[in-house]
Design a protein around this ligand. Structure first.
Ligand SMILES: [Zn+2]
Length: 67
């Protein structure tokens, strides 16, 4: 079963949940406030981590570009 990251649209609480193939993320509820329909974060989260990692590396290689 794949593990996904979710963020509550109401309180921005982030949590992980296993999702079965045909199970809709709408069926999940926020463990913090009980709000339904959390936002799935898988792709966005990985992209953000990767691009901030690249920014950090580029600042080390090419610091004058960021002044
Ligand atoms: Zn919530």
């Amino acid at each position: 079963m794949p593990l996904y990251d979710f963020e509550c649209r109401k309180c921005q609480f982030k949590f992980e949940a296993f999702l079965k193939m045909k199970e809709a993320p709408d069926a999940l509820t926020c463990p913090e406030c009980g709000s339904d329909k959390p936002q799935k974060l898988v792709t966005a989260f990985q992209t953000n981590s990767w691009s901030s990692f690249l920014d950090t590396m580029e600042k080390k290689v090419n610091p004058q570009k960021f002044k």
